[in-house]
Design a protein around this ligand. Structure first.
Ligand SMILES: [Zn+2]
Length: 258
């Protein structure tokens, strides 16, 4: 989505931003990463997805429910991908400080509810610390929204496991959102297990699962963990459509909270 939309905070003047924060208490912060996504997806994939989802949702809500979409946080916590060229990671401490500073700035301008549109699983732990601080120190209502969790039922029905990284699930969703996909370069790598039987690579662990601190190279040589050759933009679109629908309906409810 390249047009200028009235919810894109970075495209507003300060006077327009002032008006927007008089009309809404909800800020959406897209958060991604700059990290390897196997041979078929670019490094910006998580960031691209976060921004696209944020824009799609804000656009669907406008003007009934107005939100302010902040500039993308394009770096995340990705030390586990550092063996792969082009990956840039923040330390968790830096990322937490960054999120807290962004949240405090938004609070100063009138935001009371922070919705983080996160597209990188490696950010989740640090986000919960940052948002806890914003909740406790600024009185902000905070939530993290992650498309794969919000649509886990549909994701499991639509895509083959492992549901992890640069796999059928992620490649299909990225493709549907308009990402650059090098389709001839897609590979399948189901993923080695560091401790066989206990450490399945998946976003949806079921027992017995004990995940040590891991590096991508524990699972994969190519950076893909899953079956990227099975990816398909039509299947991705099914999940994108449902994710947007559920995100919109969630934010409608958030807007009505006092
Ligand atoms: Zn990703």
């Amino acid at each position: 989505m390249s047009e200028v939309k009235p919810f894109i905070l970075g495209k507003l003047t300060w006077q327009e931003a002032k008006t927007l924060f008089q009309e809404t208490e909800i800020a959406i912060i897209p958060v991604g990463s700059q990290e390897q996504h196997g041979p078929a997806l670019p490094l910006d994939n998580d960031s691209f997805q976060a921004q696209e989802f944020a824009y799609l949702v804000a656009d669907r809500l406008w003007p009934k429910i107005k939100t302010a979409v902040t500039p993308l946080i394009s770096y995340g916590v990705s030390p586990h991908h550092m063996p792969f060229s082009g990956t840039i990671t923040l330390r968790s401490e830096t990322f937490i400080d960054l999120m807290v500073d962004v949240g405090k700035s938004l609070a100063k301008h009138g935001a009371k509810k922070i919705v983080v549109m996160n597209s990188h699983g490696g950010n989740t732990a640090a986000l919960s610390i940052a948002l806890r601080r914003l909740h406790d120190e600024e009185g902000l209502w905070c939530v993290v929204m992650e498309w794969w969790k919000l649509t886990a039922d549909l994701v499991k029905k639509t895509f083959d496991p492992p549901h992890f990284h640069a796999d059928e699930m992620e490649t299909s969703v990225a493709w549907a959102l308009g990402q650059r996909v090098l389709d001839e370069k897609r590979v399948d790598e189901p993923g080695r297990e560091p401790v066989p039987g206990f450490t399945k690579p998946t976003m949806f662990p079921s027992p017995p699962n004990i995940m040590p601190i891991w590096d991508t190279t524990d699972f994969s040589d190519s950076g893909t963990i899953g079956y990227a050759t099975r990816a398909n933009p039509k299947k991705g679109q099914i999940v994108v459509d449902e994710a947007v629908k559920r995100m919109v309906s969630f934010i409608e409810k958030v807007a009505s909270l006092n």
